[in-house]
Design a protein around this ligand. Structure first.
Ligand SMILES: [Cu+2]
Length: 65
């Protein structure tokens, strides 16, 4: 299932990297793509959206409701 989240706190490639690594360290099978310009994160995973939101928030980013 693909989850799409808007993460307004993404400012650069470093942020994109932090988020990608955080998700993949918890869920190695997840495919993560981050569009820095539009601040949208797309995750292909079996994990719940709730869990993904928590992982992103745990590395200091804010997920839009
Ligand atoms: Cu950054």
């Amino acid at each position: 299932m693909a989850i799409t989240l808007k993460v307004p706190s993404i400012a650069c490639d470093g942020c994109a990297n932090t988020i990608t690594k955080a998700i993949q360290s918890e869920k190695p099978e997840a495919t993560v793509s981050v569009d820095v310009a539009s601040k949208v994160v797309t995750i292909e995973t079996e994990v719940s959206e709730e869990m993904i939101r928590k992982i992103i928030e745990d590395v200091g980013h804010t997920v839009e409701e």
